[in-house]
Design a protein around this ligand. Structure first.
Ligand code: FAD
Ligand code: NAI
Length: 469
């Protein structure tokens, strides 16, 4: 028996590491178990952080190549240094995962390297790479084992030519032709990285739209902007197979509904990005009697507890959006609940950001959600073409949309397509968290000239009239 704890967290992604740190801050004796060589989970190692490092660097490359000239900045001899760009990504990841290790030490969170398996309530067995095992005793267990990429039946991933996001972030040369399966968040972000660096990118999407679940108008405008940048997007199309026998990958695609002829698209690399599924392999959940929901996610109650007392779950492994900040907030909530406080997550106000250029950011309800709920609402919109700062920066693509209750004026949702949308969306998020109205936002003085003035003017448009349109 290796030790006795108040809490053992399995998995150190944004859900697990934040939960462990918060619980330790609140005075609990905490241990974490992680099977990866470094902490931080999908997000820090192979997800949010490396993808944003490459998104930023590739955007700088594209700006230097195409954007600077219109600002009167001429560059000659522009060259891509892909190993240098990958080194920037690796350094960024290292700084972040080392940061988590430092925070564990600082907060006296004990760490165990190995695969965790639940041996009933109160017991976690940790098996190291060498096969040796030890058992931790604990009052509570939090499952924070995250998710893994979903596959296309019959398509084998080798992470070299047919890749998931993990392989797509590691490519050592720019593929001449990249085919992306799935026009979701990963497909559009990583597709944008390689298009900016020179790939011809074709995105094949099963549905008749990109970014399912997001406001329709936002998805349509974003699709138009991505197409203008040179990304080919084929909607209502499915991949039926990939022939990997030759030097070119031969990707067979057919209409999603089964009518019409199929075609073959040649590619050098195929990125499969059709969603992620909860990761619960080898955790001993069945033996422990832990129940799943209808989509193989760990089923929890409103306090994140499974049907087995003392076993909790958070993050990608349970229901809800598969987002790092959602996992983090659930981690904090569970730590607070276990410490006798009233932890809570407001699922009405979880922002979602796609880090393309322009960025696409949403929070709260979409128009479609409000229509489906029968809510009477009003819409205020404002385009960045009418914003002085956007013009000065040469980033006039996109718009802001504010949705407010028709009677009470309470803001129910918002969406921004534009440079820096992922930062600006929090203005609407904070407003919603405080139950604010579009008039509250419209009457708040905003610094000039800023992109955020467009958010204010959209709020003005919802209630009365914007000044600059
Ligand atoms: P994870 O981060 O998946 O961590 C789970 C950890 O548990 C892993 O380290 C795993 O090794 C460990 N583990 C699993 N089983 C065991 C076991 N039995 N024993 C020990 N350890 C175990 N989200 C955003 O909000 N913003 C973004 O910009 C963003 N970008 C992304 C980009 C990509 C390419 C991908 C793939 C995802 C991205 N996400 C993003 C999603 C985000 O990464 C996840 O929502 C988030 O990581 C979920 O956190 P988690 O703590 O639930 O699980
Ligand atoms: P996704 O769910 O965002 O998109 C998958 C897309 O693939 C959908 O449009 C779906 O209709 C399509 N699809 C499904 N099966 C298909 C098929 N057989 N052929 C063609 N298309 C098909 O999933 P994605 O992009 O893999 O991302 C996984 C998760 O990671 C997401 O839930 C997302 O929340 C998270 N993530 C978040 C990021 C962010 O917040 N910026 C960045 C990257 C990932």
């Amino acid at each position: 028996m290796a030790g006795s704890y108040d809490l053992v967290v399995i998995g150190t992604g944004p859900g697990g590491y934040v939960c462990a740190i918060r619980a330790a801050q609140l005075g609990l004796k905490v241990a974490v178990v992680e099977k990866r060589a470094t902490y931080g989970g999908t997000c820090l190692n192979v997800g949010c952080i490396p993808s944003k490092a490459l998104l930023h660097a590739s955007e700088m490359f594209e700006e230097a190549g195409h954007g600077f000239a219109k600002l009167g900045v001429k560059i000659s001899g522009l060259e891509l240094d892909l190993p240098g760009m990958q080194a920037h990504k690796n350094d960024t990841v290292k700084a972040n995962v080392d940061g988590v290790a430092f925070l564990f030490k600082k907060n006296k969170v004990e760490t165990f390297r190995g695969t965790g398996k639940i041996k009933g309530a109160g017991k976690v067995e940790v098996t190291g790479e060498d096969g040796s095992s030890q058992t931790l005793e604990t009052k509570s267990i939090v499952i924070a084992t995250g998710s893994e990429s979903a596959g296309v039946p019959g398509v084998e991933i080798d992470e070299k030519r047919v890749v998931t996001s993990t392989g797509a972030l590691e490519l050592d040369k720019v593929p001449a032709r990249l085919l992306v399966v799935g026009a979701g968040v990963i497909g559009l972000e990583i597709g944008s990285v390689w298009r900016r660096l020179g790939s011809e990118v074709t995105v094949v999407e099963f549905l008749d739209r990109i970014l399912p679940g997001m406001d329709d108008e936002v998805a349509k405008q974003s699709q138009r902007l991505l197409a203008k940048q040179g990304m080919t997007i084929k909607l209502s199309t499915k991949v039926t197979g990939i022939d990997t026998s030759g030097s070119d990958l031969k990707v067979s695609v057919a209409p999603a509904k089964g009518e019409g002829s199929s075609e073959t698209i040649d590619a050098d690399v195929v990125l499969v990005a059709i969603g992620r599924r909860p990761y619960t392999e080898g955790l001993g959940l069945e033996e422990a009697g832990v129940q799943f929901d209808d989509r193989r996610r760990v089923a929890v109650d409103a306090h994140y507890q499974t049907n087995v007392p003392g076993i909790y779950a958070i993050g990608d492994v349970i229901a809800g959006p598969m987002l790092a900040h959602k996992a983090e907030d659930e981690g904090v909530a569970v730590a607070e609940i276990l410490s006798g406080q009233k932890g809570h997550v407001n699922y009405e106000v979880i922002p979602g950001v796609v880090y393309t250029m322009p960025e696409i950011a949403v929070v709260g309800a979409s128009e479609e959600m409000l229509k489906a709920a029968g809510t009477q609402y009003k819409v205020g919109k404002f385009p960045f073409t009418a914003n002085g700062r956007a013009r000065a920066m040469g980033h006039t693509d996109g718009f802001v949309k504010v949705l407010a209750d028709a009677k009470t004026d309470r803001v129910l949702g918002g969406a921004i397509v534009g440079a820096g949308a992922g930062e600006m969306i929090h203005e609407i998020a904070v407003l919603m968290e405080f139950g604010g109205s579009s008039e509250d936002l419209a009457r708040t003085c905003h610094a000039h000239p800023t992109m955020s003035e467009a958010v204010r003017e959209a709020a003005m448009a919802a209630g009365f009239k914007p000044i600059h349109m």
